[in-house]
Ligand binder design. Structure first.
Ligand SMILES: NC(=O)c1ccc[n+]([C@@H]2O[C@H](COP(=O)([O-])OP(=O)(O)OC[C@H]3O[C@@H](n4cnc5c(N)ncnc54)[C@H](O)[C@@H]3O)[C@@H](O)[C@H]2O)c1
Length: 321
């Protein structure tokens, strides 16, 4: 039986508890949360032991799931790594780059599995693209959310945009060459809305807008590459691929148009999007990486790279103020 301990059972932590309960051969040995009232309620509702001492909980588990506020990630990850426990930590990896650097070092030395909760990698609309060659040269992203004080302990860059930064870095296998960015702190003390342009050595350009002060929600990414346009709707779980000449594809509607280069066939495909639960899939993937001794799907290095770009963006924004 795989023994997991959960640190932080606030908004997202409760979802994690529910999902761990559904994963086979997992025992939730207990949780730690310093909010006594919340801990009592969770203990009563879920019947899972509440530990007052994090060290004692660590002694009981094989792996930890850290769903505490970002400012606590470093402290909790370090504690777990020093005890040789496998770590799943919510995104972003840490609050500062110094903390992130120290965690990478510690994770390497500890020789355990380490996964960062960049859950959009498991969004079924994104996973529906598995098997397609993705080589975008222009990327347009909008991630808009309504205001919620939860999460405003960090900027919209570390709160929301980091999801898209991680996805983009997983797609564009090239170094970042230049970043332009602007952001405004409208409601909180850190930027609540930002627009960013990331240029890569291979010529790819990504244009990202993130907001947590919008009236409407949106989580869309559009990829443009040679002969194809791909749209991923992370919120409504829809994926569309429009490309030149795709004979034999499933779910494809085609039509011909005349161009300066002669007649072209345009194919519009809607790949099957599974009705899957991204949080359950990421936690299950973490467990399987440990059991099968495989690399986790979102490593500490991935978490670090996303943070590195996020902090370059924050530095640009700060230098513009
Ligand atoms: N992947 C995603 O899409 C996503 C979405 C929301 C939040 N998050 C991340 O999850 C984390 C938690 O966010 P949330 O919205 O659940 O916050 P929350 O404030 O609702 O819950 C955090 C919980 O952690 C507890 N806590 C505080 N200090 C702790 C400590 N030292 N040890 C253990 N628990 C502690 C708090 O008492 C609280 O119950 C954040 O890092 C956030 O960035 C990720």
């Amino acid at each position: 039986m795989f023994r997991i301990a959960v640190f932080g059972v606030g908004h997202l932590g409760k979802f994690h508890l529910n999902n761990w309960k559904e994963i086979e051969d997992v025992k939730i040995v207990g949780f730690y949360d310093p909010d006594e009232n919340n801990a009592k309620q969770v203990n009563e509702k879920y019947g899972i032991p509440h530990f007052n001492n994090p060290e004692e909980l660590l002694d009981e588990c094989d792996a930890v799931d850290i769903v505490a506020p970002t400012i606590k990630h470093f402290e909790l990850c370090s504690l777990a790594l020093r005890k040789g426990k496998h770590v799943f930590v919510e995104k972003p990896l840490a609050n500062t780059m110094d903390e992130a650097r120290a965690l990478v070092k510690l994770a390497k030395e500890s020789n355990v599995k380490f996964q960062v909760g960049h859950v959009e990698r498991f969004n079924p609309a994104f996973m529906a693209l598995n098997g397609n060659i993705l080589q975008p040269m222009f990327i347009e992203v909008h991630r808009l959310a309504q205001f919620n004080p939860r999460g405003t302990d960090v900027s919209v860059i570390l709160d929301l945009m980091i999801h898209d930064i991680d996805i983009i870095l997983s797609l564009v296998k090239s170094n970042v060459s230049h970043i332009s960015a602007n952001g405004v702190a409208v409601m909180s003390n850190t930027p609540d809305i930002a627009n960013v342009r990331i240029e890569f050595d291979n010529g790819c350009v990504a244009n990202l807008t993130s907001s947590r002060i919008s009236m409407k929600k949106m989580r869309k990414m559009r990829l443009f590459q040679k002969d194809a346009y791909i749209s991923i709707d992370f919120l409504n779980k829809k994926t569309e691929i429009i490309r030149l000449d795709a004979p034999g594809d499933k779910n494809v509607f085609t039509f011909d148009i005349d161009t300066n280069n002669g007649k072209k066939t345009i194919a519009i495909a809607h790949p099957d999007v599974q009705d899957s639960n991204a949080i359950k899939m990421e936690l299950e993937a973490f467990k399987n990486s440990i059991i099968n001794n495989q690399v986790t799907p979102v490593t500490v290095f991935d978490g670090f790279s996303a943070m590195e770009v996020a902090h370059q963006i924050l530095n640009k924004i700060n230098s513009n103020q």
